[in-house]
Structures are given as structure tokens and as C-alpha cells.
Ligand binder design. Sequence first.
Ligand SMILES: *Cc1c(COP(=O)(O)O)cnc(C)c1O
Ligand code: SF4
Length: 341
Amino acid sequence: MTLRSPRALVEAGLARSEDLAALERVAARYAVAVTSDLSAIIDGADAADPIGLQYLPDPAELETRPEELPDPIGDAAHSPVPGIVHRYPDRVLLKPVSVCAVYCRFCFRRESVGRAEALSAGEIRGALDYVRAHPEIWEVILSGGDPLVLSPRRLARLFQDLAAIGHVKVVRIHTRLPVADPGRVTPALVRALRGSVAATWVVLHVNHPRELTGAATEACARLVDAGIPVLSQSVLLRGVNDAPEVLEALMRALVERRIKPYYLHHGDLAPGTARFRTGIADGLALAAALRGHVSGLCQPTYVLDIPGGHGKARLGPADLSRDGDEWCVADRKGRQHRYRD
Ligand SMILES: *Cc1c(COP(=O)(O)O)cnc(C)c1O
Ligand code: SF4
């Protein structure tokens, strides 16, 4: 059963009863959900457990730092119609739902996920009309929320609608479901993602090797065996995966499962998430350590979503300069932006 309240977490031994009042305030502000697959691998006795840190609410979330932003990557500024974010010319995000199977405590969309259930039928039509009216859109990225919480029937319908738009050649799904609730990645769900002319790609959000349980491994195999390429994205998180041996184990575990590491995201400035953020220098050192002695298949691209909606920037020694205590990083149009750790 999914645990959805601080009281349920206390009863399951995953939160301390003396924190209950503070955790109720956290839960009133940010959604809480821990699936049974994940609660089974959290060590409740260890406050520093890298799985628990990702999913268990913490009183520290009530503290918002001045640099933290409700919309850290600036989705709203690029949203022409509800459910669409169009930041890059050839691709859009389509967010059919804003709920997830689990709620990550560092989520960059934490102010919007877990609230409204889904786009209305009319809003979905409006979003599809937008895609249809923009022939430059080559790829539609289903994001959210977690699009795979939709029923196979609704997903199949959405894929058929997208396939009917001739210029959409690729549909990409960003999901945590194979880790959060692998049993829901059923053959029927996998079939729903395949029944169209567009090429389907899946990007799995996973941050720690222990999240790749036997059941998660089987869920990913169902996707790959069906001919769906699977990539991964991870968020660099203090105390979870900011150690070279953990990142190496994660990337190797992914490639062993036929999943290609795609992005390693620098932590976004989401409200109440300071405890997770590392410095950019830490990320550079970790990326260099991986490059030093691990197969090229295991190398994700380390990226920063430039605050304010300027898009993603690759973070490598050649992409960054220092000005006092600030980093300078260029967006895809070559404009410089400042970032303070
Ligand atoms: C991150 C993101 C994408 C995907 O970018 P890729 O570099 O192609 O993975 C697309 N649209 C928006 C709005 C994004 O934030
Ligand atoms: S699965 Fe993604 S969208 Fe959902 S809470 Fe986690 S980071 Fe946020």
C-alpha cells in the first residue's frame, strides 16, 4: 500500500512520532507518497538512508531559502497553452497529469505536482491542437507528474492522437514508475506505448543503485524487450549519490540493464531542498572521476537547468568560468548567466 500521510509513515516506522506535527505541515504544502516497493527498501532506522532521504518528508522542507524559486526551471514562461512547455524549437513537453506514484522530496516541480489530477479532455485537445499547429515540433516529451500513472487505455489513446500528427516522429516519456511501482509496468501498459508510428523512448529517473531492485529490473526489461530504448536521468543529491563509488555503481547497474545514462542533473533551486544541493565543483569532480576509469557507456552528461527558464547547459570545465564566488554559464544562444552555489 502507498503511504500518503505522516501518520502512516510513523506507523510504518519510517518517521519519528515527535516529528509528526512538523511533518503534517510539510505534507500540507508538498505531496507525500511512498509506494510499498520503495518503503520495502528504506532502512527506517537509518536517518541517512539514501532511499529514505529521497522520499521521506523532512521538517527542513518548511525552510525556503531566498535563492529558491517556486518554478526553478521557468516552465511557466514557456507555456503557451495548459499542459505544454515549449522552450526549444523542435520539441515540447506535454504534461498530461501532475500526479506521481511517489513524491521525491527534491522535486523541481514540487509546487505543482500532486495537486490537480490531470488535464481535462478539453485541455488535452488544446495541447494536441498546439502540437498539430507547429510543424517544427519533431518530438513530444511526456512529463508531469508521471505520465505512466495513466491507464494503458488512456495512454494508448494519447499515443494514437500523437501518431496522427505527421510531423511528430518521436515520443519520449520521462518516468519514475519502473522504480516506484514496477508492477504497474504491465505488458498492457508497454503495448500502449508501442501501438503507434512514432518512435517511443523512455527516460527513467533513478538516483541510487539500490532503487534498481529485482522488480524494477524486470519492469525495465519489459520495456527494452519490447524494442523501446530506455535512457536514464539522475539528480545529483547530497547524501544520496554524491560519492564517486555510488555514481559508478549506479551507472554500471544501468548499463548492465541495457539502460543508457543520459543526464546527471545538478540539483534545482526548488523550495525547501537546500539539504540536497551540492556545489557545481563537486559535480565536476564526480563527472571527472567517472570519466577517468569507467566505460564510455556509463557516462551521463552533467547539466544545469539555468534558473529562470533559459534551458539546460552542459557543465564541463570548458563550459564554465568563475567570477568571484559565482559561476558563469552560457545558454544555447550563447548568452551568459550567473549561478551561485
Ligand atoms: C529538459 C527539457 C527538454 C528536453 O531537453 P533534452 O536536452 O532534449 O533532453 C525539453 N523541453 C523542456 C521544456 C525541457 O525543460
Ligand atoms: S517523479 Fe519526477 S515529477 Fe514526480 S515527484 Fe519525483 S521528481 Fe517530481
